[in-house]
Design a protein around this ligand. Structure first.
Ligand SMILES: [Zn+2]
Length: 131
């Protein structure tokens, strides 16, 4: 695996896990082969949003690799404790909203935290792939 691209995808997915882990369901369903229309129905997101979430990881990880990367990453991402709870960011004690608004907040305001956790996850991923 190309680790730089894996890190790119991990940074994005870690932001999601910190901001609103419900959005990870999009990826869980995607790797299970569920189509965007059904994912949209189940998650309450628009089809365009669902396609956007999937496309972003494909662009970062590389299309043929995205599913494999997600399969490995999802269990690790699920163990991340979100910093946004009920729309409140616990780090800066500010109301930031949920979903894409929360994601935007985490990606812009808490880059250091996202990077630190992402590096740990990539390291853990390396160990697992090597083992
Ligand atoms: Zn914050």
């Amino acid at each position: 695996m190309e680790m730089s691209r894996v890190l790119e995808a991990t940074l994005y997915l870690t932001s999601i896990a910190l901001a609103d882990p419900r959005l990870l369901k999009v990826y869980r369903m995607y790797v299970d082969g569920v189509g965007p229309a059904t994912i949209a129905e189940v998650t309450g997101l628009s089809r365009d949003s669902v396609r956007g979430f999937i496309r972003r990881v494909q662009e970062k990880a590389g299309t043929p690799r995205a599913e494999t990367v997600l399969r490995h990453l999802l269990p690790l991402l699920m163990s991340i404790e979100p910093i946004v709870v009920d729309g409140w960011c616990k780090v800066c004690n500010t109301y930031v909203g949920t979903g894409i608004a929360a994601l935007q907040h985490v990606r812009t305001m808490h880059r250091d935290l996202v990077l630190r956790i992402s590096l740990q996850i990539v390291e853990e991923l390396r160990r697992r792939v090597r083992a």
